[in-house]
Write a protein that binds this ligand. Sequence first.
Ligand code: NAP
Length: 445
Amino acid sequence: MVFRIAVVGSGPSGLYSVEALLAQQDVPVAIDVIDRLPTPFGLVRYGVAPDHFSIRSVRDKLTEVFESPSVQFIGNCEVGSDVSVADLREAYDAVIFTYGAARDRELAIPGEHLPGSVAATDFVAWYCGHPDSAPEAYSDLLARATSVVVIGVGNVAVDVARVLAKNESELRATDMPLHVLKTLANTAITDITVLGRRGPAQAAFTTKELRELGELTDADIRIDAEQLELDPLSAQLAAENKVVARNLAVLTEWADRVPNGKPRRIHLRFFTKPRAVIGTDRVEALEMEGTALDASGNAIGTGVVEALPVDIVIRSVGYRGIGLPGLPFDADRHVIPNDDGRVMGPTGPIPGCYVAGWIKRGPTGIIGTNKKDAAATVAALLADIESGIVQEGGVRESSPRGAHSVGIAGWRAIDEAERSLGHAHGKERITIHDRDTLLSIAGSA
Ligand code: NAP
């Protein structure tokens, strides 16, 4: 008796789910990991900044699950088009949906979609070499830009600002596609403004990531000391939360720094919210309004409005999950409704359907957060097997996989090709960006 389990998504939450299933001895399992991309690892490959080498190396550990004879990879197979949720429920005893939160959250301000106003989710995908993103997508924009504003003060905003501010030698060792590296190395960007609608004590970035902004070869960091004066609410936050206190210490040190005339500047501006992206055919300026915090810590406009001339606006205000036909979806929270990982339908848990990761809890936490999260979901599934809610459904003919799926041998061929390309340029790997190239390499495996 073997339980057939599908895991939809091969990012950290998917592969940690597989790891948890393999780690237990009570229930024999055969697991198919299904991903719409030809390559595994989700945001570890296409979200973690290429210069964050140690975080990206998590994939060296995650990849070990594919060594197990009980695990198959079915890449380039999109649930919703190549196969349906109903197909999966028919073919497997249980399905764990771990497909993340692929879209950007909207700002809902005029001009948000003018050319030159870019979602950070798309920009990050491009510099990581995501096959959905056209290799030349930002070449023209970046070639003519001198000033960029990044809206949001989370870790993605910090990543984007840092990647834009680094020079070629700081990016050279990364596995970015060569054309991305070349485009980034040749920008004329001088000013990058990172905008927080609330104060520094309310910022979402973490200290290690923040600190890196002050350590760049070609960019001075600028912050006005006035922005660091704390209202009682922020002072309380700093007293109670070590991350906030550490962030403020870093920012305070920067406010005292004398700029040393580097060719680029990163300006951190808090208490400023975007009101409109201005321009006729493309972004020309960002209209912004000063803010103050109300008693609950929300940003309230002060009525003081200014227009900051900019060439590019990068909207980095969080990711957003989307629904799948055949599954319930909470359209307010952008997650699949669940009770500790069990997908909840109108009348209770849907037998055999589970969720883990960002589509379960929303786009928060670091990669390691998904390990615990996935383990909790797998524990719920194993409990349901134990209690008989999930039963073994007998032998099926084959796994549903769509017409052009990529198996583990195909991925290994891509992996090998990326390593060879990297070695030819004196580094460990170079990401292959173009989907057709990925598929043709995988097809020849
Ligand atoms: P995030 O941490 O949720 O930050 C979103 C930022 O956007 C916040 O500063 C938020 O401000 C701001 N924002 C939201 N709506 C806004 C609006 N309408 N106008 C202006 N600002 C607005 O999201 P993220 O940066 O996309 O990161 C997602 C997750 O990935 C986080 O858990 C993050 O830590 C993680 N991550 C980690 C790393 C790393 O560890 N190195 C790297 C990248 C991402 P408010 O607080 O005022 O809403």
